[in-house]
Ligand binder design. Sequence first.
Ligand code: IPE
Ligand code: IPE
Ligand code: MG
Length: 252
Amino acid sequence: MSKWMPFFNKNEKEIQTEKIDNVPNHVAIIMDGNGRWASERGLPRIAGHKEGMEVVRRIVKEAVEQNIKVLTLYAFSTENWKRPKREIDFLMRLPIEFSNKYLPEMIENNVRIKTIGEFDSLPAHTKRSISHAKEKTKQNDGLLLNFALNYGSRDEIVRATKQVIQDVHDGTIAETDIDEAVIAKYLYTEDVPDPDLLIRTSGEHRLSNFLLWQLAYAEFWFTDVMWPDFNEQIFLDALKDYQKRKRRYGGI
Ligand code: IPE
Ligand code: IPE
Ligand code: MG
């Protein structure tokens, strides 16, 4: 029996999936379409975000089942501050709700929670709940669940560049030592391996400032499905499609 069973909620439309081989080590997802999903149903956009949070929980569970090592989820971009305050406030409370509802099962399932992005300027209550979740899961060595929160790839590269210049000035590193591996260490992703597979929902085919450096050789997979309608089976479709890809990295 799955170790997730004690948390199984009969009302949820959970789907039983088979275990598949050769899964990508690191899957990154642009969880898009919450607002449209809600609008199509005559609901406020925040209803889509709430439903989207439940999908996060299900996909994390599936990633654990499939032995994926890292799952990076784009939750809030540096550009998402342009949205109405009400919507932003709701999004900034979601980590608290996620933590209250699902932190125990994350711990139970050996999930380690981390974030990438500019953390300091998040609201205090958001930071508190995320820091708590990180602290409670820091010893876990199962799935690394990485939330991209207030994350923008260009912002990340600007920050990294400034830090590299600072460290060269301070003599911590020599200019001649700077190579791709050194630059990678200055990014939020530090020692996390690059994503193997990028999934974007909602029919949009763009990166929206997500992991520009790290996705250099990732396989891309798109679906028209809105994030609140995404499920385990669609996730498996993406993983199975990934298995068929021939990754050449510029070779033959
Ligand atoms: C993705 O859904 C979640 C966030 C960006 C926070 P959206 O809120 O972008 O939904 P759409 O794309 O407007 O439908
Ligand atoms: C990307 O989605 C950011 C997240 C999923 C958090 P957006 O909805 O913000 O992207 P654009 O504006 O359509 O490019
Ligand atoms: Mg969107």
